[in-house]
Design a protein around this ligand. Structure first.
Ligand code: DC
Length: 237
């Protein structure tokens, strides 16, 4: 036996945190595939709630109304080989929640402590058995502070902006506006009072500014396998 926390039956927890456009989602998806783990994108849960708020006319600054809305919602992540599908009350909203209005609204709904509590509870339930790569802003600090592997992925803002454009091309002449939004969202995510985006003290930092994707994956795999080796090595030590 190794010293995996009791209750984790299916493997370790790999926590990946970082700002928008740092490459978290791509890295998490590739690592999940490599280790046969489930990839949980927690940002998609905030995005689904933001969509419901907009559709129901709920004010984005009303934390109590938003948490009531969350409790009355069914937000599901359906992992598929080609990527997660996101279901809101049974409706597939995977593409819709990537649009700019939801991107902005998701950051606004995520500042409310009670909304965060609700999300964190759900995320702990989803990940309790282990065998997951969970990515977001507060996974290593709040959701799974005992995660076996914690990676904080960062990159220079200009590089993150360019990556975002490649993933989700902006409308003509909207590049500057999208970049400004990315910076504003980062600022909000990093400075909010409740679980701001900060690296956990024991997270390994990877700065992907000058790294190609396969270099980032190699570095992360090295960190993970070192940890897995230590855990199984602990059986004999
Ligand atoms: O990762 P993303 O861009 O899909 O996240 C959308 C927003 O959700 C992000 O601006 C902040 C919020 N979020 C959060 O506060 N905590 C998380 N664990 C994940 C996302």
């Amino acid at each position: 036996m190794h010293n995996r926390p009791p209750g984790r039956r299916c493997g370790i927890v790999i926590a990946i945190d970082g700002p928008a456009g740092s490459g978290k989602s791509t890295l998490a998806a590739l690592l999940a595939k490599k280790y046969g783990y489930t990839n949980i994108e927690t940002g998609a849960m905030y995005r689904a709630l933001a969509l419901k708020a907009i559709e129901s006319g709920t004010a984005l600054d009303d934390g109590n109304a938003l948490v009531a809305l969350a409790r009355a919602s069914q937000i599901e992540l359906d992992p598929r080989p080609e990527g997660n599908r996101v279901l809101l009350d049974g409706r597939d909203v995977t593409e819709r929640i990537r649009q700019q209005d939801i991107t902005d609204a998701s950051s606004r709904v995520s500042v409310h402590p009670r909304v965060r509590e609700w999300m964190v509870e759900r995320q702990r339930e989803i990940g309790a058995a282990g065998g997951i790569v969970m990515e977001g802003r507060d996974i290593g600090t709040k959701v799974f502070p005992d995660a076996e592997v914690k990676i904080f992925l960062d990159a220079a803002p200009e590089v993150r902006g360019t990556r975002r454009f490649l993933q989700h091309p902006p409308a003509a002449n909207q590049e500057a506006a999208v970049l400004a939004e990315l910076r504003a969202r980062d600022e909000r995510d990093r400075t909010r009072a409740s679980s701001p985006l900060v690296p956990a003290p024991d997270a390994v930092l990877i700065d992907s500014t000058d790294l190609a994707l396969d270099q980032v994956v190699d570095r992360a795999a090295q960190i993970i396998e070192e940890k897995m080796g230590k855990l199984t090595g602990g059986a004999h030590g």
